[in-house]
Design a protein around this ligand. Structure first.
Ligand SMILES: Nc1nc2c(c(=O)[nH]1)N[C@H]1C(S)=C(S)[C@@H](COP(=O)(O)O)O[C@H]1N2
Ligand SMILES: [Mo]
Length: 321
């Protein structure tokens, strides 16, 4: 099916395949069986009986009115809680129950690499140190669905300050947990676990780069990437890595999870751009999660003013894939 010849408003979400579609058919079928098992296991872990998050008392936090979205409605909370991308728990969107198996305490984050002093920080200590606030952000998945959610958390720049990178550090490399005993997706050994993502120091210290620790006025639910997840809303959603356990400062550009798997489709920069199609579908428009509404996609997902300067002098870089 040649979807690129179609008008954006004719684009149907069924035409857009998940990030992992290139996997060969045999692997794909095995994946489906594994996903089915994960879903079955998840049913016994009703989120209603989940243990109370020890950080619950910190929320809701002060809203920062400088970060708001006024051209589209906030995404319905139930939709956002039940339509998630988290390959550790399956290569489909109904992972919210399976994700309840993830233990999120104790949880530590290693900060290492090119820093003055490597350290390991307990999440609850980090939450005490950081200036928590709420920001309403857009989110645009490379699969052409989009949402608007109120994250709680702190600027990534604050964490960079805490880390004290040395002068040679140019990039941040983020790493998700690796625990196949609870995250059944990680038993699928053809994926290069753990999930890795990266940013330049300039991107990481831009005001928009945010570490989310809560959502909708509550601690981050596990399916959103509790207890610590990145939110870089000018980039495609796969850059916003979940359930982070390590942040390393490096002089070399990290190779991300999706870049390792399919570098021709998912690059390092992955900035949102309506006029650069994904090799297999248009990026001109997006579906608003929980609705049948389509909206035109906007350059840098609507954050051009804040971030375009970061890329001004970059020649020959694939900034939009
Ligand atoms: N560790 C990890 N982080 C991840 C993913 C993932 O599979 N594993 N999926 C990414 C993708 S493709 C998207 S669109 C967002 C989805 O975030 P949400 O489920 O909170 O909406 O998480 C991103 N972060
Ligand atoms: Mo995504």
């Amino acid at each position: 099916m040649n979807i690129l010849n179609r008008r954006p408003w004719e684009l149907n979400e069924r035409d857009v395949t998940p990030e992992g579609v290139f996997l060969n058919r045999r692997k794909f079928m095995t994946g489906l069986v594994a996903a089915g098992t994960a879903l079955g296991a998840g049913l016994h872990m009703c989120p209603a009986f989940a243990e109370e998050d020890p950080s619950a008392g910190l929320y809701p936090v002060r809203n920062n009115p400088a970060f708001t979205v006024d051209d589209r409605p906030m995404t319905d909370k139930d939709e956002a809680y039940t339509y998630n991308n988290f390959y550790e728990f399956g290569s489909h969107k109904e992972i919210s129950e399976a994700a309840q198996a993830l233990p999120i305490r104790p949880w530590t984050i290693a900060i290492d690499g090119m820093v003055e002093q490597p350290q390991t920080i307990d999440i609850d200590e980090l939450l005490k140190k950081m200036p928590l606030e709420e920001r309403i952000y857009r989110h645009r998945c490379v699969e052409a669905w989009a949402m608007v959610v109120p994250w709680s958390g702190f600027p990534l720049a604050e964490l960079v300050k805490l880390a004290k990178p040395t002068s040679g550090a140019k990039y941040l490399r983020f790493e998700t947990f690796h625990n196949p005993s609870v995250a059944t997706g990680q038993k699928q050994s053809w994926y290069p676990w753990p999930y890795i993502e990266g940013l330049t120091i300039e991107e990481a210290t831009n005001d928009l780069a945010f570490m989310a620790t809560g959502v909708y006025g509550k601690p981050l639910a596990k399916q959103f990437g509790a207890p610590l997840r990145l939110a870089v809303p000018w980039k495609y959603g796969f850059k916003s890595i979940k359930s982070i356990v390590r942040i390393s400062f490096t002089s070399e550009r990290p190779v991300s999870f999706w870049e390792q798997i399919q570098g021709k489709e998912y690059g390092f920069w992955a900035n949102v751009n309506p006029s650069v199609p994904h090799p297999r579908w248009s990026q001109a428009s997006e579906r608003l999660l929980g609705t049948n509404l389509r909206r035109n996609t906007v350059i840098y997902n609507g954050y051009e003013e804040q971030v375009a300067h970061l890329y001004k002098d970059m020649k020959g870089e694939l900034l939009f894939m």
